[in-house]
Design a binder for this molecule. Structure first.
Ligand SMILES: [Zn+2]
Length: 125
């Protein structure tokens, strides 16, 4: 991949990193606000509060994962391995990277991995 393209994806990823970092901060703040809110509540309010808190923490977890994925993609740009499938070493199509800038695998390997993941999930039930 040429330097201009790499720079293009670096900009997209940097922008996304910024957005998700803000979101993680927002979620954590919202969760903390709920914990800090120790006004008098009846039991119905309390359980609603617990549900909301759980939701916020889960959302935070997913955002944290996004941030980690973006971080790793930026690292691959620095290392010169960005845009190459980590499974079969074939270049990932630019169309796919435009849609999923954090993609680690090409479409073929991704679907195989997802299939294996799905089977693993079933096996653990
Ligand atoms: Zn591949």
């Amino acid at each position: 991949m040429d330097a201009d393209k790499l720079e293009h994806f670096r900009q997209i990823l940097t922008q996304q990193l910024h957005q998700h970092t803000e979101q993680v901060r927002g979620n954590q703040q919202a969760a903390l606000d709920m914990i800090a809110d120790d006004g008098v509540k009846d039991s119905v309010d309390m359980s609603l509060q617990d549900v909301n808190q759980e939701l916020q923490l889960r959302l935070g977890e997913r955002e944290s994962q996004m941030v980690a994925d973006i971080d790793q993609a930026l690292l691959r740009i620095d290392e010169g391995s960005y845009g190459v499938c980590q499974q079969c070493n074939q270049p990932i199509s630019e169309r796919r990277l435009e849609a999923v800038p954090t993609a680690r695998y090409d479409a073929a390997c991704q679907s195989v991995l997802e299939e294996q993941q799905g089977l693993d999930d079933i096996a653990t039930l």
